[in-house]
Write a protein that binds this ligand. Structure first.
Ligand SMILES: Cc1cc2nc3c(=O)[nH]c(=O)nc-3n(C[C@H](O)[C@H](O)[C@H](O)COP(=O)(O)OP(=O)(O)OC[C@H]3O[C@@H](n4cnc5c(N)ncnc54)[C@H](O)[C@@H]3O)c2cc1C
Length: 364
């Protein structure tokens, strides 16, 4: 996204940009979903969108129309093909497939070492993410959004293609925050994803058994084909990612802390941050000054503190949230666009004692 934004903006015409990735980006290694009002930048390559979402809990179920929002889905491979194609059309950008082994900021320039070569740059945007840094500190809890999803095709209609299941908490929680996420593409094809917000990942078999059980018991289907699988792990933490930035090196994407700590949603945040970054680069300031903490960071921190201390509380919190607020307000809040009155409405719909205790523990 950033390389494309730089190539697309005449302001950077006299800059030479090298985009290095160890991978050729020729596989559909992920599916991105995000909500958005009306039309957006990615509409030409969106694979499917939904105007209604389901939320389920043990004894609560709701189906919401989400207008003016839509929940949109973009296949990774469509994004890579489209964006790499654009990037190739810019004379000042080169794509190189190589493994980066070192990035050193020498103040006046940055040295980048790859397996095969060395490069010198004035500015480097680094999206190499390393979990070990997060685990070397204890100030901020580190949870993970971890999941396995199956793209399935059934022999009879089992899905309603108009409704995406945003979170289904009716499944056994086993002391964690566990939910099923279902994206139906047609009556017979869809993605069924077993997701946790927790500190520790599971054995692969446990995710797969849960998906099998859900397809059989909840979707009432026994005859189906698995077309593809996806697997992911997104950090959920308020760790200060920007501490690693220097005058000429800025960490971006998940590595820059652009994943929303409380949800793991990163894609649209990256789109917004990329626009902010392009405007910031025109001011010619040190890259280390690009970032700021705001009140949403504190809200995320409190939620993560609660879920880290007692991971079973997630179901109750998300259930209260969806009972007390419209999905439109929840999306606005997660997009960090609400006013203080709206924040209070959202927060007061959640179990207050959990958040007051977490606030008290952070303050004292
Ligand atoms: C399966 C999956 C599904 C997701 N779904 C959603 C979703 O629905 N909505 C949402 O908002 N977010 C989602 N996310 C989270 C987030 O949007 C993605 O992880 C997103 O791809 C993050 O972008 P990024 O640029 O930080 O990292 P990446 O997209 O992972 O890009 C980093 C790049 O760096 C390259 N690289 C790494 N190390 C090196 C090295 N040493 N040298 C050279 N290249 C290197 C990698 O090959 C990769 O191409 C998902 C994540 C996963 C894994």
């Amino acid at each position: 996204m950033l390389a494309n934004a730089l190539g697309n903006d005449p302001y950077f015409e006299d800059k030479t940009v090298l985009l290095i990735d160890k991978d050729a980006k020729k596989t559909n290694d992920r599916t991105w979903c995000f909500w958005e009002k009306n039309e957006g930048d990615f509409d030409p390559i969106i694979a499917k969108s939904w105007s209604q979402i389901h939320f389920f809990s043990e004894d609560y179920a709701v189906n919401h129309k989400i207008a003016p929002y839509k929940y949109k889905m973009l296949r990774g491979l469509d994004f890579y093909n489209n964006y790499l194609n654009n990037i190739q059309s810019y004379d000042n950008i080169t794509f190189l497939q190589d493994m980066v082994t070192g990035v050193v900021d020498h103040k006046n320039y940055v040295d980048v070492t790859t397996q095969g070569r060395e490069f010198r740059a004035t500015r480097v945007f680094n999206s190499i993410f390393d979990y070990t840094l997060l685990h070397q500190q204890s100030k901020y809890p580190v949870l993970q959004q971890h999941f396995i999803g199956w793209f399935i095709k059934s022999d009879k209609p089992i899905f309603n293609p108009e409704n995406a299941t945003f979170m289904d908490f009716s499944i056994p929680q086993k002391g964690n925050t566990r939910f099923m996420y279902v994206l139906p593409f047609s009556e017979t094809e869809g993605l069924v994803e077993y997701t946790l917000f927790s500190a520790v990942t599971l054995d692969e078999q446990e995710y797969e058994n849960a998906i099998k059980k859900y397809i059989k018991e909840n979707l009432k289907c026994t005859e189906y084909e698995i077309l593809e699988k996806e697997k992911g792990n997104i950090p959920m933490t308020c760790y200060n990612f920007s501490a690693k930035n220097s005058e000429n090196v800025l960490y971006i994407g998940v590595a820059g802390g652009w994943a929303k700590p409380s949800t793991g949603y990163t894609f649209m945040n990256t789109n917004r941050k990329t626009k902010e970054l392009v405007a910031f680069l025109k001011k010619n300031k040190p890259l280390s000054s690009f970032s700021n903490k705001d009140r949403y960071w504190y809200y995320d921190l409190l939620l993560l503190d609660i879920l880290y201390k007692d991971n079973s509380k997630g179901r109750r919190i998300f259930e209260s949230l969806f009972k007390g607020s419209s999905p439109q307000l929840i999306f606005k809040f997660l997009d960090e666009e609400t006013n203080i009155g709206e924040d209070l409405k959202i927060i007061s719909s959640c179990p207050r004692s959990y958040f007051l205790n977490a606030l008290f523990n952070r303050m004292f």
